[in-house]
Ligand binder design. Structure first.
Ligand code: ADE
Length: 235
């Protein structure tokens, strides 16, 4: 499977800055308050946009990327909070799947996290994951694969992190991935998520985020750059 037109999303400027500085932008367009940048990154045609924070923002942006951007696959790059003790700040997580940690229809018999008529976990694409893994390896960067949990809250209150880890067995938490995943799933578009750890989703997470998110985001973006180079070489 070759990807010739890739959608790249992040939530924050700092998650996309590195990529924007390296891409050769040929056109831009705007819709729903989002700006989309089309051009070449490492020889691959990409459409890049800042989704902004949260599930609704990222679902809207993903749908626009698919409809008007006509991308063949979507990658989300950014930072996340670690939910397991042995995941260090700066380490990379490639999502094997994404789920919502703030969806609860258990009153009607659905497992926690599952939206009715949708899978509980949205599986990421095997080809994209392999290319992300190879890009990490080429750069000598350690990475883990596992479930990423998404919801509309920054996780830092006592007990929250433990509850999420226990309920969902996820490696990391963020605020967009599962919404991107759901949108891609409904459109039949392959997708994956790459996150670098910026904090431990604990009481000092806001301070850690301020201190480390830029560097962590840059590391994830470096992998995306190498990933694009690989995709453009394999055509
Ligand atoms: N993104 C980065 N850190 C996060 C956290 N602790 N909670 C939610 N999203 C995050």
């Amino acid at each position: 499977m070759g990807i010739h037109r890739l959608g790249i999303l992040g939530a924050l400027d700092e998650e996309l800055e590195f990529l924007q500085n390296r891409m050769r932008c040929t056109s831009t367009w705007q819709r729903a308050g989002k700006t989309f940048f089309e051009g070449l990154l490492e020889g691959l045609t990409v459409v890049l946009s800042r989704a902004d924070v949260g599930k609704v923002n990222s679902a809207i942006t993903t749908q626009l990327l698919i409809d008007r951007g006509e991308v063949e696959a979507v990658i989300f790059t950014g930072v996340a909070g670690a939910l397991v003790a042995d995941l260090e700040i700066g380490e990379l997580v490639i999502a094997s799947g994404a789920l919502y940690h703030d969806v609860d229809v258990t009153a009607f018999g659905y497992p926690l996290g599952q939206v009715p008529r949708l899978p509980k976990v949205f599986a990421t694409d095997a080809f994209l994951n392999r290319e992300l893994q190879l890009a990490c390896t080429e750069l000598g960067l350690q990475h883990r694969m596992g479930t990423i949990a998404s919801g509309d809250s920054f996780i830092s209150r006592p007990g929250q992190r433990e509850t999420l880890a226990e309920n969902f067995g996820a490696l990391a938490v963020e605020m967009e991935g599962a919404a991107v995943a759901q949108t891609c799933y409904l459109n039949g578009i392959p997708f994956s998520l790459l996150r670098a750890i910026s904090d431990r989703a604990d009481g000092i997470a806001p301070d850690d985020f301020r201190a480390f998110s830029k560097r962590a985001a840059q590391r994830a973006a470096q992998v995306i750059t190498r990933f694009c180079r690989r995709l453009s070489a394999t055509g």
